[in-house]
Design a protein around this ligand. Structure first.
Ligand SMILES: C[S@@+](CC[C@H](N)C(=O)[O-])C[C@H]1O[C@@H](n2cnc3c(N)ncnc32)[C@H](O)[C@@H]1O
Length: 261
């Protein structure tokens, strides 16, 4: 009788949300997933994010096994043009990252191995890693199921630090980007959370009846928090942002705009 074919030995790729920066905000599920990883793939941005890289390395040192290999992938530069070109530029950047990851999976992930990608905050919130991973495994020569481990997002750390609920009773919250906020200001009654705002879009809103809850570098030693009526707080935030950005070379901030009353 011919021997039964051997079962395919699955590789796995796990996307691990590691929280917004504070190693204490890494969940126990993420700790288990880190300990199970044979290879961790990390996308490295420019040198200006060295302190973020140090926080990520600290998390790896604490939780990855000593024999876990860390494979650094040089993040392709993002060339984002004007509005019309934005979608194309992001799509092409995702494709380049997916190709890098696909190649790294083929080169580095052996049969039965567990690969991991670390994602700041939660992988489901304004993060392309899931799309990039799906595209990468689709091009791999063998099946690689993708799993996701949730993380504490910067959004949830923002509301926790300001001691506020995300939504008012029965009310809606829109989650958007600085770019979209500039196109569509907050509708009355619907609060707005804004991510990826490099151009302080809140300064171009009518501030009447709006409060702002702002946070930068949440969960890191440089954390900054400012809250108050938008009319009064906007200038303070712009100044704090500019000073911190000049000092550190990069800025990560997000905010909630809440209707008063
Ligand atoms: C690509 S998104 C990633 C969000 C992430 N997946 C999360 O769950 O927090 C990056 C944006 O998230 C926000 N962000 C991420 N980490 C942050 C932090 N530690 N403090 C403040 N904002 C942060 C900023 O708006 C930044 O531009």
């Amino acid at each position: 009788m011919p021997a039964a074919p051997l079962p395919a030995v699955d590789r796995r790729l796990v996307l691990i949300g590691i929280g917004p920066g504070d190693p204490r905000l890494v969940t126990l599920e993420a700790v288990d997933a880190l300990a199970a990883a044979d290879v961790v793939f990390v996308f490295n941005k420019g040198d200006d994010l060295a302190d973020l890289r140090a926080l990520r390395d600290e998390i790896l040192t604490r939780h990855a096994r000593a024999d876990c290999r860390v494979i650094a992938l040089a993040d392709p530069p993002r060339r984002l043009g004007g509005d019309a070109a934005y979608g194309d530029a992001v799509g092409s950047w995702h494709d380049q990252r997916a190709e890098l990851l696909r190649k790294a999976l083929v080169d580095e992930l052996s049969a039965g191995g567990v690969g991991a990608l670390l994602v700041w905050g939660d992988p489901s919130l304004y993060d392309s890693t899931q799309r990039v991973a799906d595209e990468a495994v689709a091009g791999a020569p063998w099946p690689v199921p993708v799993e996701v481990i949730p993380g504490v997002s910067s959004l949830h750390l923002l509301t926790a630090r300001h001691c506020i609920p995300l939504n008012r009773v029965g009310a809606a919250v829109r989650i958007t980007t600085g770019r979209r906020l500039a196109e569509a200001p907050p509708d009355e009654g619907c609060d707005v959370v804004v991510f990826l705002d490099g151009s302080t879009a809140f300064t171009r809103l009518d501030p009447a009846d709006l409060d702002i809850y702002w946070g930068a570098y949440l969960g890191t030693p440089d954390e900054l928090l400012i809250a108050g009526p938008l009319a009064a707080a906007a200038g303070e935030i712009v100044a704090a942002r500019a000073e911190a950005r000049a000092r550190k070379g990069w800025m990560f901030d997000c905010y909630l705009l809440r209707w008063r009353g």
